[in-house]
Design a protein around this ligand. Sequence first.
Ligand code: AP5
Length: 225
Amino acid sequence: MELILLGPPGAGKGTQSKLLEARYGVAQISTGDMLRAEVKAGSPIGQEAKKIMDAGGLVSDDLIIRMIGERISRPECENGFILDGFPRTVPQAEALDKLLHETKVDLDAVIELKVDEVVLVERISGRFTCAKCGTGYHDTFKQPKISGVCDICGSHEFTRRADDKAETVHARLEAYNAQTAPILPYYRAKHRLFSVDGMAEMDEVERQIEAVLREVGVPEPTASA
Ligand code: AP5
């Protein structure tokens, strides 16, 4: 399965791509996660990216395209992948087409998660993650079962993203509308674009995505995946 999840900040791309990764046994590739790992490591890429991410802008196409080219060629992507947060500009979408053409891989679908802007701000400002295993939570929509304890690994430490402040969220939404939304017509013209209601409950969004995957002929996951 080769899938793109598209949508504005807070639309649920990370939430849904992790669910799909577990269910279909394919790699989730999040350019945001890759960049945050570089920032944490203090690498030259991380230092360059941090200022831009903290301001809510987009990191350069050249850098992102190089990162993705290297990642997609890894053995863990042989069974397929879900792209989360990439492509984000028309040049990135064109570079991905070239990469897929070279590796003789076809995209199954580009799925847009549609969510109203006011809901996005609420979702992002309430988001936190387990500092140890990265499981995502939300102050209102998804609290850990036991307050202050991660459901998955039992850790008591949680973090909030530096770019989840209200003023940065507005800059991120502007970047989405100006630079990322133009790739929707790009994929519509290629008959690859599907939209699902990202305002629905998380499991309903998952069902809608799975319905699209069935429609485009992605095989049902095996029990072991
Ligand atoms: P990135 O990490 O990709 O962030 P983003 O696109 O802004 O998206 P988010 O991770 O904020 O949201 P999401 O859609 O994954 O939502 P989530 O599932 O967490 O990018 C960060 C930065 O890196 C960018 O600003 C840019 O600077 C740089 N960057 C990254 N990729 C780049 C690229 N390709 N080119 C250039 N620069 C790049 O959900 C949000 C919250 O809502 C969670 O708390 C969740 O629990 C909750 N939630 C999810 N679904 C539902 C639901 N259905 N109902 C209720 N709550 C829900």
